[in-house]
Design a binder for this molecule. Structure first.
Ligand SMILES: [Zn+2]
Ligand SMILES: [Zn+2]
Length: 218
């Protein structure tokens, strides 16, 4: 066995210092880097431009990130060139469409594809870490866990029962209190006299984000 921990473990431990899903954190951080690079390279690297064109851009989640990163890291100029290109391309596809020849689109979002190995490395580490290991203990701190979207992703790959149990427990440690808050919320809205505290009042929003893995990193 290697006596030095792989770099992914140090990175995971740093992400576990924050509340929320650490897999979402690495996906956001790595995705922002890939997205920024892709957008800037799209004007200078023909292969990047061709692939972005073929995919019709990126997925809605990463498209929304372009606007959020816009003022800080992404310059409007390459986005303008790329957007103009994509607007023209779909028009061309529509003009060329024939009833007997459906339009076929190439692969999905390049950012999602690039980030996938990082996401899976985190899930493997979380699945493979015993409760009393460094990662296992850090992952069991309050408000840590894995979101439903990342549990679903992990379950799509074949895993040993012990790994599934660990990952499910990590999901449950956030999902269980959230579900209790949702119950309180649902009871409270039926009774207008009942005061809602801030946590219960926002439970539906946090639950929805936890299901989809879209919680903004804190
Ligand atoms: Zn997640
Ligand atoms: Zn994407």
């Amino acid at each position: 066995m290697a006596d030095r921990a792989p770099p992914a473990q140090d990175e995971l431990l740093a992400d576990l210092a924050h509340p929320g899903c650490p897999v979402c954190r690495v996906a956001r951080r790595a995705g922002d880097g890939v997205l920024t690079r892709l957008i800037s390279e799209s004007t200078t690297d023909p292969d990047t431009r061709i692939r972005l064109r073929a995919a019709g851009g990126v997925c809605p989640e990463h498209a929304a990130r372009v606007a959020e990163l816009g003022t800080r890291r992404i310059d409007g100029q390459p986005v303008a060139i790329l957007a103009n290109d994509l607007l023209g391309r779909v028009e061309k596809e529509a003009t060329a469409a024939r009833p007997w020849r459906p339009v076929r689109h190439a692969a999905g979002c390049q950012v999602c594809e690039s980030v996938a190995p990082r996401v899976d490395a985190y899930l493997d580490l979380l699945a493979g870490s015993a409760d009393d290991s460094e990662v296992g203990q850090a992952a069991r701190q309050p408000d840590r866990g894995i979101c439903s979207a990342h549990l679903r992703r992990a379950l799509r790959r074949r895993r040993r029962p012990v790994a599934v149990r660990r990952l499910t427990a990590l999901h449950r440690q956030v999902a269980e209190p959230l579900r209790a808050e949702l119950d309180t919320y649902r009871r409270a809205i039926r009774d207008p006299a009942q005061e809602l505290d801030e946590r219960v009042a926002t439970s539906w929003r946090r639950a929805w984000e936890w299901v989809h893995g879209t919680s903004p990193p804190r």
